[in-house]
Design a protein around this ligand. Structure first.
Ligand SMILES: *Cc1c(COP(=O)(O)O)cnc(C)c1O
Length: 349
């Protein structure tokens, strides 16, 4: 409340000092030279792609196992999302399948750190560097996640964040950010996000841009919450470890920890046989759960024009039958985790 009041008192609602300070703090977290506050996570993706020159006739390789905005951002620019199937154990883009999907039109690779688990960025960056492609990380679910000690958003050419309230770093409304090491890319993103104006040249327009910015009230809230991010993520990991221990030996397949990957468990997604019946059972026992995601993006109506069919991406299609996300948030108590697992084990008995 003090942070909000100070913004109100300052009357600097747009591009104020809170936004600048939050940009500096996010750049520090990601070890990047720049972070650019934008309106939403979706905007972050569109602006990063646009600033890299992705447009009509171009292809961008991405995962079908993500929130719709990832592919939507690509399609929005007239480019083609090229879906590459996922790894069964991580739900992330499978680097072994990327080479086969590269064509002369491929401009970029857009991995998503899904559910808070970083994608295999060593393998992805190596392919991108040898093939001359850009890499945009969709880190919307992965604030504070790390791959080999380096934070998500600082691993590719650009990182995109969403501060939608339910994300593991969430504001009190919409917000987004792009992180990058590339000063020229930073300048282009800032220009596009401000109607194509260059700094210091007010009402002179150099390109067709848009209006997308993080507002100061959100930045003030997010700065307060950022101070707690590591502790909250650690609590999420502790909850994940407890779930894994309690579900060991059951029919439920839980995400396995790996020393190179610091998962932040934005969502705690497991595989479970007879998933739909389990959802009903949990609901009947007042345990919250959700299915992320019920339909892989390559089979969505809105993307039918891409020409994908059932059977094209079998790993993602199997996941859509089996996944269920269990309660996960830092304030969840151990007793609530025990209770959730009891209800699940009872279902299979
Ligand atoms: C939430 C999300 C987005 C979009 O973010 P918004 O702020 O809602 O626009 C993009 N990608 C992924 C993976 C997300 O989870």
């Amino acid at each position: 409340m003090r942070a909000l009041e100070s913004v109100v008192d300052s009357t600097q609602f747009i591009h104020g000092p809170e936004v600048k300070a939050f940009e500096v703090e996010m750049a520090r977290l990601c070890q990047t030279s720049a972070a650019i506050g934008v309106g939403t996570g979706t905007d972050a993706l569109v602006l990063a792609l646009m600033a890299m020159g992705v447009g009509r006739q171009d292809e961008v390789i991405t995962t079908p196992w993500t929130f719709f905005a990832t592919a939507e951002a690509i399609a929005h620019l007239g480019a083609r999302p090229v879906f590459v199937d996922i790894e069964a154990d991580t739900f992330n883009l499978d680097p072994n399948r990327i080479e086969a999907a590269i064509t002369a039109k491929t401009k970029a690779i857009l991995p998503v750190h899904i559910f808070g688990l970083p994608a295999n960025m060593d393998a992805i960056m190596e392919i991108a560097r040898t093939r001359g492609l850009k890499v945009i990380e969709d880190a919307a679910q992965a604030a504070g996640a790390r791959f080999k000690g380096k934070a998500a958003g600082g691993l590719g050419d650009a990182g995109c964040f969403s501060f939608y309230p339910t994300k593991n770093l969430g504001g009190m409304g919409d917000g987004g950010m792009v992180t990058t090491q590339d000063a020229a890319l930073e300048a282009r993103i800032r220009q596009i996000a401000n109607h194509g104006q260059l700094p210091g040249q007010k009402y002179m327009y150099h390109s067709i841009g848009t209006n997308s910015r993080l507002d100061s009230l959100q930045a003030a809230v997010l700065r307060v919450k950022l101070r707690h991010l590591n502790a909250w993520n650690a609590r999420r990991r502790a909850i994940a470890a407890l779930y894994r221990k309690l579900l060991e030996g059951s029919l439920v397949v839980t995400p396995a920890p790996h020393p190179d990957y610091e998962h932040v468990h934005h969502l705690y997604t497991v595989r479970a046989p007879r998933r739909d019946a389990l959802v009903e059972h949990l609901k009947a026992h007042a345990v919250g759960c959700m299915v992320y995601y019920p339909l892989s993006l390559h089979l969505q109506d809105a993307l039918k024009f891409l020409g994908y069919r059932e059977g094209d991406l079998p790993v993602a299609e199997k996941a859509q039958q089996e996944v269920i996300s269990l309660p996960m948030f830092p304030e969840l108590t151990d007793a609530q985790v025990h209770r959730t697992v009891e209800v699940i084990l009872d279902f299979y008995r």
